[in-house]
Each structure stands twice: as structure tokens, then as C-alpha cells.
Design a protein around this ligand. Sequence first.
Ligand SMILES: NC(=O)c1ccc[n+]([C@@H]2O[C@H](COP(=O)([O-])OP(=O)(O)OC[C@H]3O[C@@H](n4cnc5c(N)ncnc54)[C@H](OP(=O)(O)O)[C@@H]3O)[C@@H](O)[C@H]2O)c1
Length: 306
Amino acid sequence: MFAVQFDRFGPPKVLTVGPFPEPHPGPDEVRIAVRAAGISPVDLALRAGSNERLPLPHVPGVDAAGVIDEVGAEVTGFAVGDEVFGAVALSQLGGASAEFAVLRFWSLKPPSMSWVEAGAAGTSIETATRALDVLDVRPGTTLLIDGAAGGVGSVAVQLAVARGARVIGTARPESQTFLADLGAIPTTYGPGPAELVGALGVERVDLALDVAGAGSLPELIALTGAPTSVLTIADFSGPELGVRLSRGEVGGEPDGRHGLALAATLSVEGRFRVPVQEVFPMARAARAHEVAARGPRQGKLALTAD
Ligand SMILES: NC(=O)c1ccc[n+]([C@@H]2O[C@H](COP(=O)([O-])OP(=O)(O)OC[C@H]3O[C@@H](n4cnc5c(N)ncnc54)[C@H](OP(=O)(O)O)[C@@H]3O)[C@@H](O)[C@H]2O)c1
């Protein structure tokens, strides 16, 4: 099969497209003929050498959508030919940007979702769902999402709104309309969340989700009144401040995989979309990684397999 891959760590230009051994599913996995795959921060980090023990050559990409062509022996309810979207095992950290990919968790792709939307979304939906579950976001909650315009944030805004929460989202000035269209009350991340939220006239913020990992945790604690009201997915200093750090498939915490089926349903109802900022063919994966390293981010970047 063909696959985007790299055999040495370095800048985007180390990415090539060429032959790679075909993967096959384990008992509880499915293999798909990939139609589209997502690009995530972890792809860029691994390519740059964040894990020197990563076996090379490596195929980047954790999210993909496509048509099932092999089904693991213990999988029930899915068959060859089903159109699905999902993610590879997070511990596997790659394999999606290829002709075939093995998914660890997935859901049926609704017709309302395009291939690029579905291919880009799996891990962002899982992560956002996990974070909202751990924070226990309920109807009437006022939730601030710091870093709301990116892959995880843009999905988290919509899933929180669907739970009946009031969502304040931070993003760059050029992404304010984008955030409002997703259902958030937008604000920028200039002087600090507390000051900016005060200017919005919001009387209180119950919970905060830090997606950006940009060092705002002390302010988010002050804003919500307690470190236990804040969750981060990107700031490893969180636990030192009493803030929960949710990492997925680490420490046995509940996962957010059930969020994929919910997102599919909300998509059919017109209440959820995966914002895809730009799409590249896999042959231009190096260019896609260059673009992904720059802001402003508005949703996801995606690769198509054709
Ligand atoms: N723990 C987990 O399970 C898990 C899972 C998935 C991802 N992650 C991590 O979560 C982070 C976000 O992932 P992602 O996929 O959403 O990344 P992304 O698509 O690159 O988005 C990152 C967002 O952070 C915003 N941002 C950057 N600097 C900021 C600042 N100073 N204040 C507020 N927002 C800022 C960016 O806005 P601009 O582009 O406008 O600057 C962008 O919207 C990454 O570090 C990723 O590795 C963790």
C-alpha cells in the first residue's frame, strides 16, 4: 500500500509518500480503506523527534475515515463495506495517513459528514467528550474553553453547547466570528481570561477547560474559584496546581469514545460539524505539516487519500 511516512526525524520535508507494509486488524479492530485522515499536534511532534524511541519508518496520523475492508474476529455490529470514522490506538500514535489503516475505535459515518470532516475528527471528539465528562458539564453550566478554535476546542464548544452549557471560548481576534458561529461567546486571549471574561459581563464561570496549554491555569483557577473546576489536556504542570490533567488511555480514566456516535447523531440533526480549515492530498503531506505548524487554527487540517 502507499503511505505518508518518515524514516528520520526532522522538518516537514522528511515526509515522503511511498510503499509501506499493509496493516491488519487485531481481534477488536477494523481495517479501513482510507478516504481521509486528520493532522494533529502529536503528528508534528513525533515527526520532529519528540519520541526518539519511535520505530522508523513511521506513518503519521491518528484519525481517519474510510470503508471497512477487514473486520477483527471479536468485532460485532460492523461489516465490510461500512463507512466509518475513528482513530488508531493512541498508544500506537500513527498509521492513519495511508491507503489502509487499522482503527481502534470508530463509529458509522453519517451521510451528513463529509469524508474530510469524518477523517479529521476522531481523536478531537474523543478528547472533548472525555474532558466534558470529567468536568461534568451539564445544562446551565458556564464553561470557559481556553484555545477554543483549534481541533479539540472547536469540537468541545459544540459538544458542550449540545449539553446545554453556556460556552465562552478564547481565540485570536481573527477567529472570533468563527467561534461565535460554533455557538460560543467569543473572546480573545490577550491580557488574560479573567480580565476578558469580566469585560463580557458574564457574572460567573463555573468550569474551565484548558486546551491551549499556554500557561493560563492560575487564572482559570481564580476565575472558577477552585482548581478542581479546571481541567487541562495540554499543560503538564496542572497536577502541581491541583488541576486535573486528562491524557486519554493513560491511568485508566474513562474514555470519550462514546462521543463519536453522539457527534454523528448531532451532525445528522445539523447541530454539529467538524470545521476543516484546509485539505491536502496525501502527496502534499509535507506542505500540510508546514501549514499545521502555523496559526491561526480554525478547526482541523485533513489529508485525502486520492
Ligand atoms: N490530553 C489529550 O488527550 C489530548 C488529546 C488531543 C490533543 N491534546 C493536546 O491538546 C492541545 C490542543 O490540541 P488541538 O488538536 O486542539 O491543537 P490545535 O488544533 O493546534 O489547536 C490549538 C489551539 O490553541 C490555541 N492557542 C494557542 N496559543 C494560545 C494561547 N496563548 N491562548 C489560548 N489559545 C491558544 C490556538 O489558537 P490560534 O491558532 O488562534 O493561536 C488553537 O486554537 C495540543 O497540545 C495537543 O497535543 C491532548
